[in-house]
Write a protein that binds this ligand. Structure first.
Ligand SMILES: Cc1cc2nc3c(=O)[nH]c(=O)nc-3n(C[C@H](O)[C@H](O)[C@H](O)COP(=O)(O)O)c2cc1C
Length: 164
């Protein structure tokens, strides 16, 4: 699958079969995160991959449907860097696209994660000075949801805002 196909096919998948994913594929997904653009090239990220069911069971308080994820990637960042939020977001999107390209479903789970940041940091051993941006569950998808996107013509402006 080429990059443009994967970008278009990516959807938030919230239902997994429970099938395991080869470690090599998880590494490819994290590696895609590592290649993201980064302000001043600070690369302020660390990726904690959780595959043990006991830990998944603790993280799934954020979203029960993570129960059958093959892995959950937690993205930790150094908030003393200027663009840590943007850098982390770029890394997450890269991983979602990479997961799609490899045939796996994934989801950017931040809204449900933030209220439990401290609890999850402790669980995962994330150092005090780091922020836990989001969890990214990955798994074999039961199906590919469809989610409407705004039409290109609505959001594309040529030269000046409003020029269609
Ligand atoms: C910053 C951010 C936070 C998100 N947090 C959650 C979340 O907590 N739980 C969830 O199920 N999906 C979450 N999502 C996924 C969005 O709901 C999803 O991207 C959106 O509905 C569009 O659907 P799509 O990803 O299938 O295109 C989040 C996405 C982003 C970018």
């Amino acid at each position: 699958m080429d990059a443009l196909q994967a970008i278009r096919q990516r959807r938030s998948v919230r239902e997994f079969t429970g099938k395991a994913i080869p470690k090599a594929d998880i590494e490819k997904i994290v590696d895609a995160g590592r290649w993201a653009a980064s302000g001043y090239n600070r690369q302020p990220w660390d990726f904690i991959v959780v595959t043990e069911q006991e830990a998944i069971d603790k993280l799934k308080v954020a979203a029960q449907w993570m129960d059958k994820a093959a892995a959950i990637i937690a993205v930790a960042l150094d908030p003393t860097t200027k663009f840590w939020l943007e850098d982390g977001s770029a890394a997450v999107e890269n991983m979602l696209i990479a997961a799609t390209a490899l045939g796996y479903g994934s989801c950017w789970l931040e809204g449900y994660t933030q209220p439990r940041e401290e609890e999850f940091k402790q669980l995962l051993g994330v150092p005090e000075g780091k922020r836990l941006l989001t969890l990214v569950p990955i798994g074999v998808p039961v199906g590919w949801p469809t989610q409407e996107k705004k039409p290109l013509a609505e959001v594309l402006h040529w030269e000046r805002y409003g020029n269609k």
